[in-house]
Design a protein around this ligand. Structure first.
Ligand code: NAP
Length: 280
């Protein structure tokens, strides 16, 4: 099964679905990545913060899938923002992954004014300067951000030579970011959706179940297809072999625009983290 690929501003291509690894460690993480590669995923999402880069790297090597066929993302954690720390963070991630480059490097969360009054824009720009160097050195084939809202992005775009190529945000039915999505599209910044299943919570939502029955698919497949149809890249996590496969089996149906609108408006009951108010 070949996954479609989307062109990034760097000219590199990113597979349209990613395999998430958050909260998976040790043998579960290793087996999950191995199963995902066996099932056809070619895009793995990890982060320094996840504490699983060694397992991810080992699974990639043991899979026997050629390195250049796999798109690997990692992220710089909040304690490693700023120029020197960000560069060192990628070196350490590469060491743990056993790779000499990553396909995508992301700033995990923006610095915010709550934690760094009067300084957050400067901190984010300093981190971004390091990212630009790492990109030019070829250690990160593409660079981007995560959990950045409009004003965080505008700070980088207006004050540096390179536009982030990706913004990875929490995105799923009932949690839309219409204005941000429009902005990303108009700047050719690709949106990645984290927690496309609403961290698992949306799988039991009655509207999602009703649509799953209507289309003869599972709730997870409806949620993944929703993200693809609104033009973003779902990063979906499962440690279960059958569910890993199920989550890729989404090519034989289309959700109607009326049903997409219904999904956009559902009430999720989830409480969300606003990047401007996080304190970690
Ligand atoms: N940038 C960020 O700040 C950020 C934050 C959070 C997440 N992420 C990324 O996004 C990825 C996905 O997010 P997530 O892990 O929070 O949540 P998710 O993918 O929305 O949901 C994962 C949950 O759904 C279950 N699941 C998966 N497929 C299923 C299926 N077909 N049927 C039933 N249950 C299913 C999983 O359980 P099983 O494993 O038991 O199947 C797990 O409990 C992460 O792994 C990470 O790579 C990024």
């Amino acid at each position: 099964m070949g996954l479609k690929k989307i062109k990034l501003l760097s000219g590199e291509f990113i597979p349209e679905i990613g395999y998430g690894t958050y909260l998976e460690k040790g043998v579960d993480c290793y087996n999950g990545v191995l199963e995902a590669l066996k099932a056809g995923y070619r895009h793995i999402d990890t982060a320094a913060f996840y504490g699983n880069e060694e397992e991810v790297g080992k699974a990639i090597r043991d899979s026997n899938v050629p390195r250049e066929e796999i798109f690997v993302t990692t992220k710089v954690w909040n304690t490693d923002r700023d120029y020197e720390k960000a560069k060192k963070s990628l070196e350490e991630s590469l060491e743990r992954l056993g790779l000499d480059y990553v396909d995508l490097l992301l700033i995990h969360w923006p610095a915010n004014e709550k934690q760094f009054p009067g300084k957050s824009n400067e901190i984010n720009l300093d981190t971004w300067k390091a990212f630009i160097e790492l990109y030019k050195e070829g250690k990160a084939k593409s660079i981007g951000v995560s959990n950045f809202y409009l004003h965080h992005l505008k700070n980088l775009i207006n004050n540096s030579e390179i536009t982030p190529m990706v913004d990875q945000i929490e995105l799923h039915p009932g949690y839309m970011h219409e204005e941000l999505l429009e902005f990303l599209k108009s700047h050719q910044i690709i949106c990645e959706a984290w927690s496309p299943l609403g961290r698992g919570n949306l799988l039991t939502n009655q509207t999602v179940i009703n649509l799953a029955n209507k289309y003869n698919k599972t709730p997870a497949q409806i949620l993944i297809k929703f993200i693809l149809q609104i033009g973003a890249i779902p990063l979906v996590k499962s440690k279960n072999k059958l569910r890993i496969k199920e989550n890729l089996d989404i090519n034989d149906f289309e959700i109607s625009s009326e049903d997409l609108d219904i999904l956009k408006r559902i009430d999720t009951g989830i409480s969300y983290k606003n990047p401007d108010f996080i304190d970690f």
